[in-house]
Design a protein around this ligand. Structure first.
Ligand code: MF3
Ligand code: CO
Length: 250
């Protein structure tokens, strides 16, 4: 069952999602060569709490931090560490969730540290654009498969691959609700989208193959071939004529 949220519930989700958007925006200039991923996490946790929210990932299934920081071939769920430093040329995916009044928001961006390769830049741009294309399919009366297909199609048109092991998800009173939202699928298939459904849509693309290996820490997912990965995510509400992006800053 895909839950429908009331307008008041969606406003709580907007507050949570805006905290995420604002903190991600404030993190971007800190992603510089020499910063440790633990410093980024500490900043994120402090800012989330100062903004009156709680970190959503901390303690979720035992995850030990506020932020996921996934660098280069790391796709998602990189655990912050005081021993891991960003270096020039890295692409750094920042993923964070927050809770306000019992409602969740979830978003992610990939940031370049200094000058990055042309391939890295293209991957980031195609991944970001694949999210925008997916958002453009969201409206009451569309099918979930329309959204999923838009990501896969844009990735394929640019010679990139989508990760199949991880998906977007419904979100609301819990971080992960129905439906699961793969980054591939057939247009016209899947559940009908209705006004008041709330979704976290999160394309994860690789420059090479998209096979995934999870590292020994039990969390960090990397591309099996070592190719670069990028990740962007927004929390949105389905409306009559489109999509209300809850996780855009201001
Ligand atoms: N944005 C990811 C997701 O929705 C992050 C979850 S990380 C976890 O699945 F630590 F909370 F698991
Ligand atoms: Co998510």
């Amino acid at each position: 069952m895909i839950e429908i949220k009331t307008p008041a519930e969606i406003e709580s989700m907007r507050r949570a999602s805006r905290v995420v958007a604002e903190v991600l925006l404030q993190l971007k200039p800190l992603v510089k060569p020499g910063v440790s991923t633990a410093e980024l996490d500490a900043f994120a946790e402090r800012r989330v709490r100062e903004l009156g929210a709680a970190p959503a990932f901390l303690g979720y299934r035992g995850y030990p931090a506020t932020l996921c920081v996934s660098i280069n071939e790391e796709i998602v769920h990189g655990i912050p560490s005081p021993k891991r430093f960003v270096k020039a040329g890295d692409i750094v995916s920042l993923d964070m969730g927050a809770v306000v009044d019992g409602f969740y928001g979830d978003a992610a961006v990939t940031v370049a540290a200094g000058e990055v390769s042309g391939g890295a830049r293209r991957l980031m741009e195609v991944t970001r654009a694949s999210l925008e294309r997916a958002l453009s399919k969201v409206r009451a009366g569309a099918r979930l498969g329309d959204v999923c297909h838009a990501v896969e199609e844009h990735a394929a048109a640019n010679g990139m691959s989508v990760v199949r092991e991880f998906t977007g998800h419904g979100i609301g009173r819990r971080l992960h609700e129905e439906p699961s939202i793969p980054n591939y699928g057939r247009a016209g298939s899947g559940p009908l989208l209705k006004t008041g459904m709330t979704l976290a849509i999160e394309p994860m693309l690789c420059l090479g193959r998209a096979d995934v290996v999870v590292k020994n820490d039990g969390w960090t997912a990397v591309s099996a071939d070592g190719s670069l990965a990028a990740h962007y995510e927004h929390t949105v509400a389905v409306t009559e004529d489109g999509c209300d992006v809850l996780s855009r800053a201001d």
